[in-house]
Design a protein around this ligand. Structure first.
Ligand code: MV4
Length: 593
């Protein structure tokens, strides 16, 4: 086994790999960009190296620098995570040429599946059903019309170099074929520098189901079950679950065909066979030759650590177990928590997380690299965390996800948590009949003004349960020995806003009210006590230099400790109180000179 590996990635997946490596007694080398100096993966790895500016092309895609760091650090293998270089066969070859081990499939397998037309040809050879359509490139609009005649409408026009929905255009009528073909080609050339287009029948609202494959370098291939990834929006998955709720005979046939497909191309790592399922039929779509974001739900129902298996097979070890040894238990659901603004059509909303508290308890797992004060950079994707739940039954899993979402506190950036919470109450989600069109429709009904829909009501309800954002905060009030939780917006000046975190809200930064750092009353040069109370501590002496926001005194009122802060920078010209003094509301504590 390796002694040391380099992780050519960032964020949650880098953290995920570090965790498993540590359990395997493998030392880890992190790489980071200038935007990620405070990254969790940098803190957690045994060593870390700066590889360049924030822009991915200058850092996480910078092959030369990453290989240089691998050499310098003495790493024996490179784990690419997902995204960035994970499906870059040229990089995989360079890793191997440098005498290192690529923790992924052999480069020819990446190429075989990266070209979607080649993949369809390989599946045809392996007798794996694929979506009715061509296995040859379309030369021109006339060829696209012939495809429509052969396979029917609606017709999907796809980029052979694409995948994940990029470069996918749909023609619903014959009139739309010309423009769909030319746009698909133009996009394919722009995105993939490869204008090759093919056609297949477009299936409306199927389920998007994928099969997890695990293979070693000795010809052993097993599957680790299916995941339903139909709940996507703009080809970004939001909710993934395992197992997929599909007919037993579809499941059996898909598993058999998926293993056969992997064997056909001599696959030798973790990988995913993506399929569309419609009624009693399934169709191969594409294969992803990497570990995927949603691998976690498969881990939860199988008990396998897929990163561990991926590293073991890369090191040349045999799987060491058979298909019959892979058993499934219960149901797992992953919700992706992204910094996105539902009020702005779910656009990524990078920013700094002010307060952050993860849910926990039975059956709850959070894979994340976030922490209070963490800044989501606009240079990378906006995922904050993956919230994963496991339960013995699906109904319990949905209820557990709802519970965990309600427990999750993220302040400072809008997130997909309210949307995930609304999905937990959606009937087609509760009975697992949803398809690939469900989320687009659901989200559209949330975003577009118009008659109030059930979905919008649900989102509002979910949002109101959310931890308050912006200037709102939750305070607790006891009246007649009964506790009330009150949401307070825009606290006026002179109101207590700081003190012991009794309401459980952990803040990374001093609370801001109306944009001012000092919530306590301030008048001119005097820092005043905002309330009647007892001075517990004076933290400044005459002549001390004061920074804006610095705590000058602690005043106790009604058993609450209140930090009184300087409202501006300066020098403590006079100190008017000492520990033990009782002060009235508005009494000056310190004069800033
Ligand atoms: C399709 C399809 C229906 N018919 N192809 C999207 C991601 C990429 N891997 C392939 N995708 C699809 N290909 C045919 N012939 C449906 C999808 C699809 C999808 C389409 C629109 C909106 C959401 C979707 C979610 C998953 C899959």
């Amino acid at each position: 086994m390796f002694d040391k590996i380099l992780i050519a990635n960032r964020g949650e997946i880098a953290v995920r790999v570090i965790r498993t490596a540590r359990e395997m007694s493998i030392a880890t080398v992190a790489v980071y960009s200038e935007a990620d100096r405070d990254g969790m993966h940098v803190r957690m790895a045994d060593e870390a190296y700066l590889i360049g500016p924030a822009a991915p092309a200058a850092s996480y895609l910078n092959v030369d620098v990453i290989l240089e760091v691998a050499k310098r650090s003495g790493a024996q293998a490179i784990h690419p995570g997902y995204g960035f270089l994970a499906e870059n066969s040229a990089f995989a070859r360079r890793v191997v040429a440098a005498g290192l081990v690529w923790i992924g499939p052999h480069a020819d397998a990446i190429d075989a599946m990266g070209d979607k037309l080649r993949a369809r040809q390989a599946m045809a050879k392996a007798d794996v059903p694929f979506v009715p359509g061509g296995t040859e490139a379309l030369d021109d609009v006339a060829a696209a019309h012939r495809a429509a005649a052969a396979y029917g409408l609606p017709l999907a026009l796809k980029a052979s170099g694409g995948g994940g929905g990029k470069g996918l255009k749909v023609a619903h009528t014959l009139d739309e074929i010309e423009s769909a073909f030319t746009t698909a080609r133009r996009e394919a050339e722009a995105y993939f520098k490869n204008g090759t287009i093919y056609a297949e029948r477009y299936l409306e609202n199927p389920k998007h189901v994928e099969l997890q494959i695990l293979a070693d370098k000795h010809g052993n291939v097993v599957h680790v079950g299916e995941r339903d990834c139909s709940l996507q929006r703009r080809h970004q998955k939001l909710w993934e679950e395992a197992p997929a709720q599909i007919p037993l005979k579809v499941r059996r046939a898909m598993r058999e065909a998926g293993v056969r497909a992997a064997q056909t191309i001599g696959y030798d790592s973790v990988g995913t066979i993506e399929c569309l399922v419609k009624g009693d039929e399934f169709f191969f779509l594409e294969m992803n030759t990497r570990i995927q974001v949603e691998h976690t739900v498969t881990e939860e129902i199988s008990g396998l650590d897929l990163i561990r298996e991926q590293i073991r097979v890369a090191a040349g070890e045999e799987l060491g177990f058979n298909q019959d040894d892979v058993a499934f238990r219960g149901v797992a659901i992953e919700g992706r928590v992204n910094a996105e603004d539902p009020a702005d059509n779910f656009r990524p909303a990078p920013g700094t997380i002010a307060a952050y508290r993860e849910p926990a308890g039975l059956g709850v797992r959070v894979d994340s690299a976030a922490y209070p004060g963490y800044t989501i950079s606009p240079d990378y994707d906006s995922m904050i965390a993956k919230l994963i739940v496991w339960a013995p039954t699906r109904a319990q899993a949905v209820a557990r996800l709802a519970r965990a979402i309600d427990e999750y506190q993220i302040e400072g950036v809008p997130t997909t948590l309210p949307l995930l919470r609304a999905l937990c109450d959606e009937p087609s989600v509760q009975n697992a009949t949803y398809g690939t069109a469900t989320l687009e429709r659901f989200a559209a009904s949330l975003c577009h003004p118009g008659p109030s829909t059930d979905a919008r009501g649900k989102l509002r309800e979910a949002e109101s349960r959310e931890a308050p954002q912006g200037t709102a905060q939750m305070i607790r009030v006891e009246v007649n020995d009964k506790l009330y939780r009150v949401r307070v917006f825009d606290l006026p000046q002179r109101t207590v806003t700081s003190g012991a975190p009794r309401n459980g809200s952990s803040r990374a930064t001093p609370p801001r009210v109306g944009g001012k750092k000092n919530a306590a009353g301030a008048s001119g040069n005097d820092v005043i006590s905002p309330m009647h109370g007892v001075v517990v501590e004076m933290k400044v002496a005459p002549g001390d230099a004061l920074a804006e926001g610095q705590v000058v005194a602690i005043v106790e009122a009604m058993k609450m400790m209140n930090e009184i802060r300087a409202h501006k920078a300066g020098t403590a010209a006079a100190v008017h109180a000492q520990a033990g003094d009782t002060v009235e509301a508005n009494a000056p504590l310190v004069t800033i000179g």
